[in-house]
Design a protein around this ligand. Structure first.
Ligand code: EPU
Length: 420
């Protein structure tokens, strides 16, 4: 296993280019299963989760080839039964269900487990499949959906914590090949859902309303091959913006979609960070004095749960009290104990973390058990005095393309080492 060694205290300066979005890429690759024709996806990030999705598609019979940041998928023939152990390893792989059900009227995958950020049920995905006429059964660790015919339907997909991103993606994909009209109410509005809809439309699907809470899909007989360029990763963008602010630096972020990040940019400005937008470029300059801010994570266009941990790392540096409330996932505070190890003063009260910021952080060996928590520890390490060792960085490699290389280019003293 590898870890990152960071000598903190160096302000980040320079330019960084944002990669394609992980969470848009995964369902878009799965959507290629909906047609026998070749699909070409560009601006695909080089991430272990993406490679893993490629392996899953291959295990279902698709041909997958990767050249640079372009992936070609052709699923001439595809089978409905996914490899249990392969699929079980990545929660995001649940989004192969919708395309398989749409194309073959049958899908069987291993039931995705919970993970460190919460229970992560799929009841809403299954509710949507059932509304389309599928029989859904959970048996011997598999979830099996089967339909003689898929019939468009009106459905409400809101759950306890609001809409579901992959649930919306899954049902939207299945509905493209159903008979008649499907209306998904309380659909997720995330830019990744919009990007998927754009790809499906390029494949011949009839979809309106993506990006709003009501999506309408009019089923078609078949879809064809298409080309698509994935949107820039808004979470990666936010992570570099926060890292610039935390280290007292100034960074120009290129190839981004600042319009996907208004909630984050607004909070950064409230904290005193100077943020300038110009087209696809974002320039972030540190605050003369960082101010504490309160925030609550919400579905899009609210503050993203995937940036909560990184923002908490920043708030440990702001003199005063910030209250950070997590409303999307039930237990996404894995970073708190590790940030505390670095000298942060944070208390958890129910769904909120109370951050008493302003004490300098000091480097320490830390370890996080999820992707965004690991990103928060890297930010803390960059801002801390002394050396921080972030262990188990395979989490970071799941979601941040070349994170150490990109940070080094910004002047960070960071290197990858093999854990002893
Ligand atoms: N939920 C249900 N029932 C369901 C599905 C979800 O109750 O059937 C609940 C969840 O437990 C959670 C909430 O609804 O409380 C939202 O979960 P959602 O389904 O939207 O999450 P997801 O689609 O499984 C994606 C991203 C996550 C991101 C969330 C929220 C991918 C591969 N994953 O997950 O990304 O946090 O949306 O925006 O797209 C990450 O990149 O680090 C990551 C975890």
């Amino acid at each position: 296993m590898q870890s990152l060694l960071i000598q903190g205290g160096v302000p980040l300066r320079g330019e960084v280019v944002i990669s394609g979005s992980k969470n848009a890429t995964l369902p878009i690759l799965a959507a290629a299963l909906l047609t026998a024709e070749p699909c070409v996806i560009r601006r695909v990030p080089d991430l272990s989760d993406v490679k893993f999705m490629g392996r899953i598609l291959q295990s279902l019979g698709a041909e997958v080839s990767i050249t640079g940041d372009t992936v070609q998928v052709q699923a001439r023939k595809v089978k409905a039964f996914g490899d249990y152990d392969l699929i079980r390893q990545m929660r995001g792989s649940v989004c192969i269900m919708g395309p398989l059900l749409g194309r073959l009227r049958e899908a069987r995958v291993s039931y995705p487990g919970g993970c460190v950020i919460g229970a992560r049920p799929i009841n809403l995905h299954l509710k949507g499949f059932a509304a389309l006429g599928a029989k859904v059964a959970i048996d011997e660790g598999y979830v099996h959906a089967q339909a003689r015919r898929l019939q468009g339907a009106e459905m409400f997909l809101g759950g306890r914590s609001g809409p579901t991103v992959l649930g919306t993606a899954n049902v939207m994909m299945a509905a493209t090949l159903a008979e008649g009209v499907t209306i998904i109410e309380s659909a997720a509005c995330e830019p990744e859902v919009v990007d998927l809809a754009k790809f499906l439309i390029a494949m011949g699907a009839k979809i309106t309303g993506a990006g709003s809470p009501i999506i309408t899909v009019t089923g078609v007989k078949e879809l064809h091959g298409a080309e698509h360029e994935v949107i820039p990763d808004r979470i990666e963008t936010a992570t570099y913006a926060i890292a610039a602010a935390a280290t007292g630096g100034e960074v120009t972020i290129r190839g981004a979609r600042p319009d996907h990040l208004n909630a984050v940019l607004d909070k950064l400005r409230e904290a005193g960070v100077r943020v300038a937008r110009a087209g696809t470029t974002l320039t972030v300059r540190h605050a003369s004095r960082l101010k504490p801010v309160d925030l609550t994570t919400l579905p899009f266009a609210g503050f993203p749960t995937d940036v909560q941990a990184q923002m908490m790392a920043l708030m440990t540096l702001a003199k005063g009290t910030s209250i950070i409330t997590e409303r999307v996932f039930e237990s996404r505070f894995m970073h708190v104990s590790e940030l505390s190890r670095m000298g942060a003063d944070i208390e958890i009260e129910g769904p909120s973390a109370i951050v008493k910021g302003g004490r300098p952080l000091s480097g320490a060996p830390v370890m996080a058990s999820d992707l965004r928590a690991s990103a928060a520890l890297v930010i803390a390490g960059l801002a801390a005095r002394g050396e921080t060792q972030v262990n188990r960085i395979y989490h970071l490699d799941r979601g941040y393309e070349n994170i150490d290389g990109k940070l080094r280019q910004l002047g960070a003293r960071i290197r990858r080492v093999n854990e002893s």
